[in-house]
Design a protein around this ligand. Structure first.
Ligand SMILES: Cc1cc2nc3c(=O)[nH]c(=O)nc-3n(C[C@H](O)[C@H](O)[C@H](O)COP(=O)(O)O)c2cc1C
Length: 193
């Protein structure tokens, strides 16, 4: 088994996919199965998951999402490299900030799970918050917390050291490799006792 640190490093956000190798419903159910057994505040397990496989709803949902705002000369995945599935994480309309912890835990669990199978994943908060709930058959009293796109990964993503100017913006090099700067451990540890 790979070192867990290496697994986490490999599980970078992915925004280009093998569109001709779609994930299927069983794949999506397996991802939710992983999230199902993750921690949950009070163990209340209030989140619900809408599974969207390749097809018209997937295409429509994709059109309501925004990808890589920092890559100004790229408007998101081109035809042929678009996500082949989405999992939409729903939370109670009146859910408080503690429920948002559950959302993050579920999303990261699915991201790690996807990466373990060579799939890529992008969590998307930048989506049309009016149109997405209208597109999907929403349970009453639930709202969309996060949209997560999936597919077989097609792009190389690498962690980079934080540049001297402290800019945390990710970038893509001439070879199309996606670089993600991460702060050093020394910057993250606030105190030691
Ligand atoms: C809560 C959350 C919301 C995000 N929303 C978007 C989004 O709307 N569009 C997008 O392209 N990426 C989105 N991302 C992905 C981040 O841009 C990405 O995590 C960040 O660039 C660091 O890259 P890494 O995941 O490879 O470490 C989101 C990530 C998180 C955790």
């Amino acid at each position: 088994m790979a070192d867990f640190r290496a697994s986490v490093e490999a599980a970078r956000t992915c925004r280009r996919f093998e569109e001709d190798k779609p994930l299927d419903m069983a794949d999506l159910e397996w991802l939710v199965e992983c999230a199902r057994v993750a921690p949950s505040a009070r163990n209340a397990q209030v989140l619900r998951f809408t599974l969207v496989g390749q097809g018209p709803t997937c295409r429509e949902l994709f059109s309501l999402t925004r990808w890589a705002g920092a890559l100004k000369d790229w408007g998101g995945p081109h035809p042929g490299e678009r996500p082949t599935a989405f999992i939409v994480i729903l939370m109670p309309e009146d859910g408080n900030h503690v429920v948002c912890f559950d959302v993050g835990i579920a999303a990261q669990t699915m991201q790690l799970a996807a990466s373990s199978r060579g799939w890529g994943c992008c969590m998307i908060q930048s989506f049309d918050h009016t149109a997405v709930p209208k597109l999907l058959d929403m349970p009453s009293d639930m709202k969309v917390a996060l949209v997560v796109g999936f597919g077989v990964a097609r792009e190389v993503r690498k962690i980079a050291p934080m540049p001297a100017d402290g800019s945390f913006t990710y970038w893509r090099d001439a070879q199309g490799v996606h670089h993600v700067p991460k702060r050093a451990l020394s910057e993250l540890v606030a105190a030691r006792y």
